[in-house]
Design a protein around this ligand. Structure first.
Ligand SMILES: CC(C)(COP(=O)(O)OP(=O)(O)OC[C@H]1O[C@@H](n2cnc3c(N)ncnc32)[C@H](O)[C@@H]1OP(=O)(O)O)[C@@H](O)C(=O)NCCC(=O)NCCS
Length: 373
């Protein structure tokens, strides 16, 4: 068994910033329009009026202030309310692969590795652009990586679950160096006409290089002390979109073909699960939360992370103990905890221990405990 390190991280950020103000103005233009067009049906109780959204609610309920998206004009058009993404011919790099190649190039540079030295590529995201050929194989080809590649989807825990596969493959010697990429085009699965969730997501891609400690070349590496995954079935976060839609005579705009959740329930059920999971994981490694220098938590909701911090530490986690990136990026599904790690790890000292932890649909929870070399 080999000792394993994370030796590089990379981040691709979608090109357009979308503020809460812009989002709410567009949503309220849509709701006014909808209510005018359906005035009669609303008056007789056949259709529910669409209530307005508000910036104050969004910031208080979630902590989100803005997000990055691949196309803002389509989202802000009250007659469209979804990003406009041009289809690409089969002989051009697909959008997910383009995002992944950019993030991977940064991660490989940080690790001091050529793509040809990678022999496992995992594309792990909550939405994969197509069923086959696997996105990961396209990314492997575009980068010039060797070995093999495959796709994984465990919703918001896709990146941590893929990290464990990469770690175990390197640990056992079936791969020398692995790349985990998470292209998250969340704006394409979001119901922008639903005020309960229209503010939640943004678009990014993260990348991580995992390799053997004894041959790593990066100036900074993170020794993997352990990884722990858990799942427990729940319908509280769900998206029914899938290849049966055509045979079910469904409309891709049907509400259940997009992200939906029971936010309160998720909040109540997932926070204690995540805190207990991290606490138990640390205990198996002979560690305690008090001995952890930093928690890079999934970025769905600020209050969620504050509650998990309180349960683990006995006090509200400071931004230094559990950095927040969701104010800038919103929820980026599986990429959130990896962005936090990418953005907020340089200042740690050699020997400092940190925990990367995701939680989300499934339910699924994944934690990776690392120590800075
Ligand atoms: C989604 C979330 C931010 C909503 O916050 P919340 O405090 O639970 O808010 P609720 O949905 O209970 O709504 C509270 C009220 O605000 C209203 N409201 C909802 N969206 C609104 C908006 N955009 N603007 C104004 N009011 C809004 C609701 O209709 C509700 O009104 P009511 O009390 O009259 O029924 C929060 O539940 C959450 O983040 N949960 C966890 C999410 C998560 O981790 N998901 C994982 C996804 S990967």
């Amino acid at each position: 068994m080999h000792s394993v390190v994370i030796s590089g991280t990379g981040l691709w950020v979608a090109p357009e910033v979308l503020s809460n103000d812009e989002l709410v103005v567009a949503f309220n233009a849509y709701s006014r329009r909808f209510n005018e067009e359906n005035a009669l049906a609303i008056a007789v109780g056949e259709v529910n009026a669409v209530p307005d959204s508000s910036v104050e609610f969004i910031e208080k309920a979630s902590g989100i202030k803005q997000r990055y998206v691949v196309d803002k004009a389509g989202i802000l058009d009250p007659t469209r309310m979804r990003p406009r993404i041009a289809p690409r011919p089969d002989d051009k790099l697909s959008l997910s692969a383009e995002m992944a190649v950019a993030a991977a190039t940064e991660a490989l540079a940080a690790a001091g590795r050529d793509a040809a030295e990678i022999d496992m590529v995992l594309c792990a995201a909550s939405n994969l652009q197509r069923p086959y050929p696997a996105m990961a194989v396209e990314i492997q080809g575009a980068l010039g990586a060797g070995g093999y590649a495959f796709d994984m989807n465990v919703a918001c825990s896709s990146a941590t679950f893929a990290l464990e596969q990469a770690i175990n493959s390197v640990r056992t010697g079936s791969a020398r160096a692995a790349l985990v990429v998470s292209p998250e085009i969340c704006s394409a699965h979001l119901a922008w006409k639903d005020r309960d969730c229209h503010f939640i997501f943004g678009d990014v891609c993260t990348a991580l290089v995992v390799e053997r400690a004894d041959t790593a070349q990066a100036a900074v590496t993170w020794e993997v002390l352990g990884s722990k995954l858990a799942t427990s079935y729940s319908n509280s976060i769900r998206n029914n979109a899938g290849f049966l839609w055509r045979c079910e005579d469904r409309n891709p705009d049907d509400r259940d073909q997009l992200f939906r959740q029971e936010g309160r329930k998720v909040f109540k059920e997932v926070c204690p699960m995540a805190a207990e999971h991290i606490g138990n994981h640390l205990a198996t490694l002979g560690l305690t939360a008090a001995g952890v220098r930093r928690f890079w938590l999934h970025q769905a909701n600020l209050a969620m992370n504050q509650l998990i911090g309180r349960r683990l530490l006995g006090h509200e986690a400071s931004a230094d103990e559990a950095p927040v990136i969701l104010d800038e990026f919103a929820n980026t599904a599986s990429a959130g905890s990896i962005i936090a790690f990418h953005r907020h790890s340089q200042d740690l000292k050699s020997g400092d221990v940190g925990v990367i932890c995701s939680f989300g649909a499934g339910y699924s929870i994944g934690s990776i405990v690392v120590r800075k070399n």
